[in-house]
Design a protein around this ligand. Structure first.
Ligand code: AKB
Length: 322
């Protein structure tokens, strides 16, 4: 039986991953962890962990006989630019602590399987932007993207040199309604729904034609769990897999919302985030993920917009601003 630790469980993806894994594995097999004193989502089996504290990490993994770790604690592209050194330290040392723990446990015959998220931010302005292949030029411009690119290299290194079973996905922008996003460039695609639900005009910080790869949360969670469940020999990429969900731009998203909420309106007030978005792919080629472990996205734009409009809780924005 697997015993799974999710670090970053108070975050946008971690909170939903704990729910999905608990439903699948049983709540006593899943341990939620984050840096805060308590679970923001009422998860049982909560542990306070600073991922930079290697000793504490080791204790929790030992105490619960953990077999899998999802290490999601990280700073994203926008918050990372505000504090580059902190972002680098958290994103890289957090990953290294887990990789080192897994290396040591391999030696003592208690292997740990690791999931660590990469991002489309690992690509850069010289990457082919349309149908971006799995293997391409990567010249990220943000500290977040640089940490993701370095993390991919570290993951591949720990796999080939020490046999650490580490797996990763280059997440597109993840869209969800249950918890607030955490400081990314793609967050407009969530904030826009809050504005629509409140009857407010949305001032978009990206231009109308800024197409980016996105994925709806249920697909993102499914991709992560399916990759972790794949037999090791099928996981032939140990840096991080391209995983496509859907691609759209603010104009297309606003139009889809307007078709359902006719009074909805959008304006455009571009800021520094435009430059970040312009350096990222517009769409991803995920043939490697499809061939290796059977990935296929299910949710398209129409279903995403219907579901978001039905479920977005306008209070969440208050929580985010607090
Ligand atoms: C961000 O916008 O920083 C993230 C990402 C694409 O990794 N959502």
């Amino acid at each position: 039986m697997e015993r799974i630790l999710v670090i970053g469980a108070n975050g946008q993806i971690g909170s939903e991953l704990v729910e999905a894994l608990s439903a699948q594995q049983g709540p006593n097999s899943v341990f939620a962890a984050d840096i805060g004193a308590r679970s923001l989502f009422g998860h049982p089996n909560y542990e306070t962990i600073d991922v930079l504290d290697q000793k504490r990490l080791e204790r929790v993994v030992d105490n619960h006989s953990v077999t899998q770790v999802y290490q999601l604690a990280a700073m994203l592209s926008v918050t990372g630019e505000a504090a580059p050194l902190t972002a680098w330290t958290l994103n890289i040392n957090g990953l290294l602590n887990i990789l080192e723990l897994a290396r040591q446990r391999n030696q003592s015959g208690k292997p740990l399987r690791i999931f660590w998220p990469s991002s489309i931010a690992a690509f850069g302005p010289h990457t082919p932007a349309v149908d971006t292949p799995q293997l391409a030029v990567m010249d990220p411009t943000t500290i977040y993207g640089i940490s993701k690119q370095a993390g991919e290299r570290l993951s591949e290194y720990y796999f080939s040199k020490f046999g650490v079973d580490v797996r990763s996905i280059r997440y597109p922008g993840v869209i969800s309604y249950k918890s607030p996003p955490g400081g990314g460039t793609t967050d407009y695609a969530i904030a826009i729904f809050h504005a629509a639900k409140r009857g407010e005009r949305y001032a978009c910080y990206l231009g109308p034609e800024t197409t980016l790869p996105m994925i709806y949360m249920p697909d993102a969670i499914r991709a992560s769990i399916e990759l972790m469940e794949a037999p090791a020999e099928r996981v032939r990429t140990r840096s991080a897999y391209n995983v496509a969900g859907l691609s759209f731009n603010p104009r297309e998203l606003a139009l889809a919302i307007k078709q359902r909420v006719p009074q909805f309106d959008i304006s455009y007030q571009l800021d520094y985030r435009q430059q970040i978005a312009d350096s990222w792919p517009r769409s991803l080629n995920d043939t490697h993920a499809r061939a290796d472990w059977g990935w296929s996205a299910k949710v398209g734009l129409s279903e995403l917009v219907d579901d978001m409009l039905e479920n977005v809780d306008v209070e969440v924005r208050e929580h985010q601003a607090a």
